[in-house]
Design a protein around this ligand. Structure first.
Ligand code: ST9
Ligand code: ZN
Ligand code: ZN
Length: 350
């Protein structure tokens, strides 16, 4: 007797079905990278112009101009680190409106695109790290991770998988929405026009020096330092927290990037407002900045990772380079000391 089945499970060919319906799902078209020549030309010009800025800084600039350029690098850097990165991309702390206003101004002078877009790309970078969906996937090489990704159309996976990232919090922040809406007006004014006009008006600097040093050189220097977090800190350094990922602890990058080089830790615990295990201000100016504003009440709900959780992760996936130099290190926990296995102990003789 025939079995009482009217419709078989899938993958059985019925006469009424057409061959077309049975075709395998269409293969994704092969990805071909497309160069954005406009960006190649602009970035080439800016880098050459910034070399001229270095020359002028050593030959004809006033001290005030060089100091102003350095000051702008640090301040606009904070607009990226404390603003776009730790506040908006990772929500690792909360900020009251005066601090958010300060950060959005500094962030606009930094010109790394609207913070909403920056934070969206960065969330995608963390979620799909080292895959085609990562906007600056370091598996495509140092140059791509550093700047190449800004010279090409994005891989379709970035846009496809990026859709699953929730950015409703960013889109409902009126300051960020305002920044994005008026970016084409605000950015040129704050990143290029004001930094050029201020030295001329305030301390009688030449237009040439004012344009090439605190404007172009400062901008390109800050950009390259930021990009080093994506390139150098994904290639060089220890991995005390997770040896299976590319992001690494890179002290040189941390110093230049105001504390953002502790990248192995940061990828493992991205919600930690310090982006590193220790609150050491010497190599983490951004943490000092956030702590200062927490003291005056403008920053709050600062999130960190417990020592215990860090320790467990170090033991489970670390590469063994976690920086305890040995017995008696100031960072050794009391528990580690109490539970040490001591053979041939001299304690009974003491
Ligand atoms: C710059 C940013 O340099 C640098 C960011 C570095 C990040 C570092 C992070 C490291 C940690 C923090 C350390 C900080 C250290 C700081 C130290 C400071 C001292 N998800 O982008 P489009 C969709 S900026 C979902 O045009 P194309 C979306 O629909 C430099 N969807 O793609 C979008 O439309 P809409 C100045 C996404 O056409 C549409 O695709 N800026 C996502 O392939 C089109 O998006 C420049 O030079 C996503 N993630 O073009 C501009 N992405 O936006 C450079 C896209 O309307 N950029 N979609 O929703 C460009 O010209 C273009 O973006 C492109 C790609 C050519 C690169
Ligand atoms: Zn991050
Ligand atoms: Zn990264």
């Amino acid at each position: 007797m025939a079995p009482n089945i009217t419709r078989a499970p899938t993958e059985v060919f019925f006469e009424e079905e057409t061959v077309a319906e049975l075709q395998p799902i269409e293969k994704k078209p092969k990805y071909v990278s497309r160069i954005v020549w406009r960006n190649v030309v602009i970035f080439s010009y800016l880098h050459i112009a910034s070399l001229y800025g270095i020359y002028l800084a050593f030959t004809s600039a006033k001290w005030a101009t060089v100091i102003f350029a350095f000051f702008l690098y640090q301040m606009t850097g904070l607009g990226i680190t404390a603003g776009a990165h730790r506040l908006w991309a990772h929500r690792s702390y909360k900020a009251k409106w005066p601090l958010r206003l300060l950060l959005v101004i500094l962030n606009t002078i930094a010109f790394q695109d609207a913070a909403i877009d920056w934070a969206r790309d960065h969330r995608v970078h963390h979620k799909f790290s080292e895959t085609d969906a990562d906007p600056h996937n370091s598996n495509r090489g140092f140059f791509f991770a550093h700047v190449g990704w800004l010279l090409l159309r994005k891989h379709p996976d970035v846009k496809e998988k990026g859709k699953v990232i929730d950015i409703s919090d960013l889109k409902s922040d009126p300051m960020l929405v305002f920044q994005k809406k008026y970016y084409a007006l605000l950015m040129p004014l704050m990143c290029f026009i004001l930094p050029t006009v201020i030295p001329v008006v305030c301390w009688n600097e030449t237009w040439t020096n004012a344009y090439f040093i605190p404007t172009i050189l400062r901008y390109i220097f800050t950009l390259n330092v930021t990009w080093l977090v994506n390139s150098a800190a994904h290639f060089f350094g220890n991995k005390p927290y997770d040896k299976y990922i590319n992001p690494s602890q890179n002290k040189s990058v941390a110093i230049m990037a105001l504390g953002e080089g502790w990248h192995n830790y940061h990828h493992v615990f991205p919600w930690d407002y310090k982006t590193s295990e220790y609150g050491n201000y010497t190599f983490n100016i951004t943490t000092a900045f956030i702590d200062f504003f927490a003291k005056i009440g403008w920053a709050y709900d600062l999130k960190s990772t417990s020592e215990d959780m860090v320790k467990k992760r170090v033991e489970r996936t670390g590469d063994g380079s976690h920086d305890l130099w040995g017995w008696g290190d100031k960072d050794q926990t009391q528990e580690e000391r109490d539970q040490v296995m001591m053979t041939y102990s001299s304690a009974k003789n003491q």
